[in-house]
Write a protein that binds this ligand. Structure first.
Ligand code: HEC
Length: 117
C-alpha cells in the first residue's frame, strides 16, 4: 500500500498531494479553489449536516463528520453535489496522522472566520 501523504508534510502540501484542492475550495490553502465539491468551511457546514433530519451517518461531532466524509463519502451526500464523485479510497491512501491533521485544520474553518490559523 502506497500512501499519498504521511502526515508530516506542511498542511498545504498535504492537501495538494492528497488532491483535495482539485475539487474543493479550502480557505487558507493557496490554490485550493476547486468547485466540484462544497467549499470546506466545515465549522459552519458540519453543524448543518449533523442537524439535517436526512443525516444517517454515525458522527456526533464536526470532526467525526469530517473523518466520515473522507473515509465514507457515500454516508451522507452534501445536498446539491454529486454522489460517487469524491474518491472512495482515501481510507487506503491517507495515514491516520494525515487524516487527523486534515480534520483538525478543516473543523476550525467557519464562514465567518474563513482565514484559519
Ligand atoms: C474528484 C473530486 C473530489 C476530490 C478529489 C475530493 N473530494 Fe471531497 N467531495 C467531493 C464532492 C463532489 C463532495 C460532495 C458530495 C459528497 O458529500 O460526497 C465532497 C464532499 C466532501 C466533504 C463533505 C462536505 C460537506 O459540506 O458536507 C468533505 C469534508 C470532503 N469532501 C473532504 C475532502 C478532502 C479532505 C479531500 C482530500 C483528501 C477531498 N474531499 C477530495 C469531491 C471531491
Amino acid at each position: 500500500m502506497v500512501l499519498l501523504v504521511t502526515g508530516d508534510e506542511p498542511i498545504r502540501e498535504l492537501f495538494t498531494r492528497a488532491g483535495c484542492p482539485v475539487c474543493h475550495t479550502i480557505p487558507g490553502i493557496g490554490g485550493a479553489d476547486g468547485r466540484v465539491g462544497p467549499t470546506l468551511v466545515m465549522g459552519t457546514t458540519g453543524l448543518k449536516r449533523l442537524a439535517d433530519p436526512l443525516y444517517r451517518g454515525r458522527a456526533k461531532t464536526v470532526k467525526e463528520y469530517l473523518i466520515e466524509s473522507i473515509l465514507e463519502p457515500g454516508a451522507y451526500v452534501a445536498p446539491g453535489y454529486p454522489d460517487r464523485t469524491m474518491p472512495h479510497w482515501y481510507g487506503q491512501k491517507l495515514s491516520a496522522g494525515a487524516l487527523e491533521k486534515i480534520a483538525v485544520y478543516l473543523e476550525q474553518i467557519t464562514e465567518e472566520n474563513p482565514s484559519s490559523q
